[in-house]
Design a binder for this molecule. Structure first.
Ligand SMILES: *[C@@H]1O[C@H](CO)[C@@H](O)[C@H](O)[C@H]1NC(C)=O
Ligand SMILES: *[C@@H]1O[C@H](CO)[C@@H](O)[C@H](O)[C@H]1NC(C)=O
Ligand SMILES: *[C@@H]1O[C@H](CO)[C@@H](O)[C@H](O)[C@H]1NC(C)=O
Ligand SMILES: *[C@@H]1O[C@H](CO)[C@@H](O)[C@H](O)[C@H]1NC(C)=O
Ligand SMILES: *[C@@H]1O[C@H](CO)[C@@H](O)[C@H](O)[C@H]1NC(C)=O
Ligand SMILES: *[C@@H]1O[C@H](CO)[C@@H](O)[C@H](O)[C@H]1NC(C)=O
Length: 315
């Protein structure tokens, strides 16, 4: 029984569990929905479509001109109904627009799923809760294709719009696509990190029960080291991904009413898992060298004793 191995054992368990949470958040409609990587707030997406009373009251003719020039770009025959229907929600854009257009108020990206839903009680309420409408099936290394999802929903919606009607820039999806390979790598890395943390839990348990074999310490050092590096690279990639996508959405999305919330909770658990694995790894390094020192002492003790007379030796 070796008490000192309990500590890295516990660290490995924590890192293992947190890694599983990172991997499976957003599983089965709503499990750990808060732990998203990024969440797009689309509650005001397309707010330009809504005619405002301030502009129409100030100069009716110029507004109708600008609106009709805006809508003349639309190939769909929806101008009249858009103006009529959307005019009513002028004071409630954030809470009503998405529903009116047939889209959801938020879309979240998890490691293996894309979830969508509405804010409850409404999008502008403080601390609005997330009411999930749907999550995709879990797919390893899926691609966050928000453009296709939105286009599909808009075309089913009653105005039969598509994203270019809302002023959506292809650069948003192109930017996300350019980061896909890195996000695919995080999936693999989380699997490696979780797998080696799992084996390290077993290895540490053997060490806790055992007498302090250096081989076991060395094996655990290796396992926790691999797990640490895998978690570290994943966490860095996710952190950079969030910053990059936030930049893209800020640049191309905010004007058309698209906003991004970075997943702080996900970031916290992935970095805590990394930290736990780092501590576990350090602990095994210490165990290994402590074991070596003990071994050397034992060898010296053996040398000091005449081999025939074992009874006088103390091990
Ligand atoms: C969106 O609509 C515009 C014009 O209404 C059209 O040119 C474009 O091809 C459409 N895009 C998609 C993806 O349907
Ligand atoms: C669609 O266009 C036709 C004529 O092209 C017009 O009579 C009709 O009112 C339009 N409908 C809407 C909803 O704009
Ligand atoms: C979503 O974005 C709108 C527009 O910026 C904002 O008013 C609203 O508070 C946001 N909602 C949440 C829950 O972030
Ligand atoms: C949104 O919800 C908050 C809190 O329930 C409420 O105070 C506010 O009036 C609501 N806003 C709208 C536009 O319904
Ligand atoms: C989510 O919204 C639906 C429809 O408005 C409602 O039936 C359901 O109770 C809501 N769920 C939560 C958790 O608020
Ligand atoms: C999702 O999974 C369910 C049950 O596992 C299956 O019936 C359905 O076809 C799947 N949907 C997609 C889009 O793969």
């Amino acid at each position: 029984m070796r008490g000192s191995a309990l500590f890295p054992w516990l660290c490995s368990i924590v890192a293992f569990v947190l890694g599983i949470l990172c991997l499976f958040s957003g599983h089965k409609d709503g499990y750990l929905e808060d732990y998203d990587i990024i969440r797009l707030n689309t509650s005001t997406l397309g707010h330009d479509l809504v005619p405002t009373s301030t502009s129409s009251s100030s100069s009716a003719t110029s507004t109708s001109n600008s609106i009709s020039s805006f809508f003349s770009n639309l190939e769909h025959n929806v101008t009249v109904s858009l103006e009529n229907d959307l005019g009513d929600i002028e004071n409630d854009i954030a809470d009503k627009l998405a529903e009116e257009l047939g889209i959801q108020q938020w879309y979240s990206m998890h490691l293996m799923t894309l979830c969508e839903g509405m804010y409850k009680p409404n999008a502008t309420a403080r601390n609005a809760r997330l009411n999930i409408t749907h999550c995709t099936n879990q797919t390893a290394m899926y691609h966050f294709d928000i453009q296709t999802v939105l286009n599909q929903q808009l075309s089913i919606g009653k105005y039969d719009l598509n994203l270019s009607d809302l002023g959506w820039s292809d650069d948003i999806q192109n930017g996300i696509d350019s980061l896909n390979a890195a996000m695919d790598a995080t999936f693999v890395l989380y699997c490696i990190g979780i797998g080696s943390a799992g084996v390290a839990i077993l290895g540490s348990f053997i060490a806790v029960l055992g007498s302090g074999s250096r081989l076991v310490s060395f094996g655990n050092w290796g396992l926790t080291g691999i797990s640490f590096v895998a978690y570290l690279i994943s966490s860095v990639i996710v952190t950079v991904f969030q910053i990059q996508v936030a930049g893209i959405v800020h640049k191309y999305g905010n004007d058309i009413g698209l906003f991004l919330n970075r997943g702080t909770k996900f970031l916290i658990i992935t970095w805590v898992a990394t930290g736990c694995m780092f501590i576990a790894c350090l602990a095994w390094v210490f165990e290994f060298f402590a074991g070596r020192r003990n071994m050397r002492k034992r060898l010296e003790a053996e040398k000091a004793c005449p081999p025939v007379d074992w009874s006088r030796c103390r091990f």
